[in-house]
Design a protein. Structure first.
Length: 298
């Protein structure tokens, strides 16, 4: 289910928010900006980008800050507020307008929530996958079984993380994919993400997302970098949002997010993808693409 030979994905570098971002892109029309998470890469959207292009969008997937070949930020800032600033700057760089749509998975979902609230006039519709908004964090972190699933959140912020994750050709990442998307052959996705994180500095950048994560958003200083963008994470963007979650997601328990649409803007909806795990958009791209296209073209 790769893009056909007559419709290749293009690669280029664009400048946004003071960084050089490598992007995959396809098509023309209103911007459809697709954001990846961890451990993943822009190639995670290899099935969705052609579908969005065929539907009349300029489909773009950036490699997020620190993920090669995108640059590593000199300030080593990886809080979600920085990702929000990147998303807004990419919208400007790519010449987008109010018809743009935003799609985010995992960390990309968190960035999408923040960008939708911080710059609401830029985005017509939003799609998020596998990670709910911050308003559900208290529920997730209060659940004992979910805390066990979240072991990686705490481990990846530790001083041992680089050496453990890098060991044995990044076998740690293989195990995460296996646990989060049971039964899925992730070899192609893992090849791409390992290429992005092979260099130690890039791996440290990806781990920096976890080290910068704020458990109490209210504690972010008003003078901190990207304070306004970070504060937007506690707000709800006004756009109708489609939330997709895999039925057998091994990262976040479906039962804990079954009412997620009530935590989003009016008109939002949730869809469960049967038999899919955390990386549902590559596990079952036909169904996921159908849900997304129906939502963003409606």
């Amino acid at each position: 289910m790769s893009p056909g030979p007559g419709s290749p994905l293009s690669t280029r570098v664009v400048r946004a928010n003071g960084l050089n971002f490598a992007i995959l892109e396809m098509g023309s029309g209103p911007l459809a900006l697709c954001l990846h998470g961890f451990p993943d890469s822009a190639h995670t959207w290899r099935y969705l980008l052609p579908a969005l292009s065929d539907a009349g969008f300029h489909a773009v997937a950036p490699f997020m800050r620190g993920y090669a070949p995108t640059a590593i930020p000199a300030d080593a800032c990886y809080q979600v507020g920085a990702l929000v600033a990147d998303v807004v700057a990419l919208h400007e760089t790519l010449g987008a307008d109010h018809r743009a749509i935003l799609v985010g998975h995992d960390w990309g979902a968190e960035a999408a929530y923040g960008a939708a609230a911080f710059a609401p006039d830029r985005w017509r519709r939003v799609v998020t996958l596998a990670v709910p908004p911050y308003s559900l964090d208290a529920r997730l972190f209060a659940d004992y079984d979910q805390l066990k699933r979240f072991f990686y959140v705490f481990f990846l912020s530790s001083r041992l993380a680089e050496s453990v994750v890098a060991d044995n050709d990044m076998a740690f990442l293989d195990r995460l994919w296996r646990d989060w998307s049971p039964g899925y052959d992730a070899s192609e996705s893992l090849r791409h993400v390992k290429s992005c994180l092979r260099e130690r500095d890039n791996l440290s950048a990806a781990l920096g997302y976890y080290r910068s994560d704020e458990s109490e958003l209210s504690s972010v200083s008003a003078t901190a970098p990207y304070a306004a963008e970070q504060a937007a994470l506690t707000a709800v963007g006004p756009q109708p949002t489609l939330y997709l979650h895999g039925e057998v997601d091994g990262c976040i328990d479906l039962a804990l997010v079954s009412d997620v649409h009530h935590h989003l803007a009016p008109g939002s909806k949730m869809k469960v993808v049967k038999g899919a795990g955390h990386f549902l958009h590559v596990e079952n791209p036909i169904e996921v693409n159908r849900h997304i296209l129906s939502w963003v073209t409606g």
